[in-house]
Design a protein around this ligand. Sequence first.
Ligand code: ATP
Length: 266
Amino acid sequence: NFVSAVVPPEEVGVKFDDIGALEDVKRTLNELVTLPMRRPELFSHGNLLRPCKGILLFGPPGTGKTLLAKALATEAGANFINITGSALTSKWFGDAEKLTKALFSFASRLAPVIVFVDEVDSLLGARGGAFEHEATRRMRNEFMAAWDGLRSKDSQRILILGATNRPFDLDDAVIRRLPRRIYVDLPDGENRMKILKIFLSKENLDSMFKFDDLANATEGYSGSDLKNLCIAAAYRPVQELLEEEEKLGKKPGAPALRPLVLDDFI
Ligand code: ATP
């Protein structure tokens, strides 16, 4: 199953340029990951410069954490393995140790590789006290032991990249293993505009349409919210055309969809 979950860098299909905003985050990830993965020889002397083995992306839902992780694999030329915390704990019930070991030995063979653990809190969340399921506890311990094993083996080009909306739920031991924590924030007005320009780059927009207006009207929206908004707006002219056809009881010659206006989004 792991084999089918691995995406080679040239097939990931997302790069940093496809992500509007988050420029600081992209720069930091390039320094921490892209350079060491592409030029490991620059990091193998002395003991000050060591590639980072664990990074945590945290912040509100839909802000592009998964997108960043994928694009980073492209930039760094690394294989990409995407595992989701909640799916793992349910799927792996019972076989936790074996599968965790398999994951890590597989990752070693695939280096350079980015192992993206989405919802890392559900896999490696704080210890759940007396009611915690034994299998979950074993899985967490095994995961951390295998992770530590990687470090000592000097496997330079394996990165565990965790993402969560609930950083405070993480176990202290996990936090320590993710020494770099990067906040992925909601976009401000200027960045909402950049994201909207990406989503609407191929749409037929009315000549009066202003990106500023839409960016100002969408305060508090995440990248994912903006995408959903654009999809819904793009559907409006289609819906109108269908209604028109229904009224006329026939299809008008060559249907031309009208351009999108600001009102379609609001
Ligand atoms: P969650 O915490 O809910 O898993 P997330 O932070 O991982 O969310 P993504 O899954 O990366 O968010 O984002 C969802 C979708 O929203 C992406 O597929 C992408 O289309 C869009 N998106 C989010 N942020 C951006 C952005 N900054 N630029 C372009 N697209 C974005």
